[in-house]
Design a binder for this molecule. Structure first.
Ligand code: GLU
Length: 365
């Protein structure tokens, strides 16, 4: 689980991205990084450890960019060091990319690219997407130029300028080759107000502002700036610009997004008077359970194949870290008090297990 943020608008982008990342640190604190565009150039800055380290490194630097993206990492592939920190770049330094998720077929994709003489600097699955996208962009342009017969058939240089439409075409192709979960945000050299995105199975929202637009892993990141939110659907991809949001489905049909106005207040998601978020969560435990059950009753109850309010089911709890410990206590209490059988699993391993799930099993993530 990583956190991603993107900003494009009229203001300085990097301070806004760093501020938004603060509210995503719960999603990962192995490293933090930003990429930004300025006068046709692409820059990447990253530091290992908490966001604070990146903040200190960038302190007092005025970065005159109004298009930036950022990342906090929870490492899944490759140790948590500076090299493996996002953003990742392609072999020609034409793009920078941040990713939340896991690419299951990254070894095959990487081997194919290695055979074609592309190289890799990191141990991450994510770098494969960056290198593949860079390679496919160069290919696309070469093919366009060949068919227009207006250019020598040489390898293109990294000064090459791409159009938004070309990048979107190539992005559609590249994501169709990925097997796994991803929320991606990408900046491309020369396209100074564009942030490209794509989503499958990892969370991604877009935020609409006035003369500025955002993307993020969750709405809490951008709530101080806008509460007009669109949740990107699996398979969708597109581009945010300061005055425009473009979205396509997997077949390149244009999508008209319906932006929702979130009613949640910033205070509700901030630390407030608590010393730590864990303390806040513990204190709010009881009311969160009541809220969740009310939501279940109101929205989902009639749609569920089992009656969760009559205990006619087995329960699977999947969680990681502290939540797994909480799950152990829940198993003990639920089995003892409610006589409902509970199975507990590591969330990160669950999808590899082929679990025995039928319509009498309720899975709690
Ligand atoms: N797989 C990527 C990495 O290890 C992203 C991790 C994540 O989203 O948790 O860098």
């Amino acid at each position: 689980m990583c956190g991603i943020v993107g900003y494009t608008g009229e203001k300085l982008g990097v301070p806004i991205v760093l501020d938004c990342l603060k509210r995503l640190e719960y999603r990962g604190y192995d490293s933090a990084g930003v990429a930004y565009l300025d006068c046709g150039n692409l820059f990447v800055k990253k530091q290992v450890g908490k966001l604070e380290n990146l903040n200190t490194y960038l302190k007092n630097k005025i970065i005159p960019s109004s298009c930036a993206l950022g990342h906090t990492r929870w490492a899944t592939h490759g140790e948590p060091n500076k090299t493996n920190a996002h953003p990742h770049i392609d072999n020609d330094n034409i793009l920078a990319l941040v990713h939340n998720g896991i690419i299951e077929n990254f070894v095959n994709l990487k081997n194919d690219l290695l055979k074609k003489d592309f190289y890799f600097n990191t141990e991450t699955d994510t770098e494969v997407i960056a290198v593949l996208l860079g390679a496919e962009l160069q290919n696309f342009i070469k093919n366009e130029q060949n068919s227009a017969q207006n250019c020598v058939h040489n390898t293109l240089h990294s000064t090459c300028n791409f159009t938004k439409k070309q990048v979107l075409r190539v992005l559609q192709k590249v994501v169709s080759l990925l097997d796994g979960a991803y929320a991606l945000a990408i900046v491309v050299k020369g396209l100074d107000d564009c942030i490209f995105f794509a989503k499958n199975k990892s969370p991604l929202i877009l935020g609409k502002g006035c003369g500025q637009n955002f993307l993020a892993s969750d709405s809490s990141a951008i709530l101080p700036y806008t509460n007009e939110i669109y949740s990107v659907k699996d398979g969708e991809f597109g581009c945010i610009q300061k005055e425009k949001i473009t979205i396509f489905d997997a077949d390149f049909n244009s999508v008209k997004p319906h932006f929702e106005t979130l009613q949640i207040k910033l205070e509700q998601i901030m630390l407030g008077d608590y010393a730590h978020f864990m303390h806040k969560e513990i204190e709010q435990g009881a009311s969160s359970v009541v809220d969740s059950l009310n939501r279940l009753k109101g929205v989902w109850a009639n749609k569920l194949p089992i009656n969760i309010f009559e205990g006619d089911f087995n329960l699977h709890i999947t969680a990681c870290g502290t939540a797994l410990h909480a799950g152990r206590i829940a198993k003990y209490l639920i089995e003892n008090q409610l006589k409902i059988p509970v199975q507990l699993d590591y969330a990160s391993e669950f999808r590899y297990k082929k679990p025995l799930i039928n319509n009498k099993v309720f899975v709690c993530f």
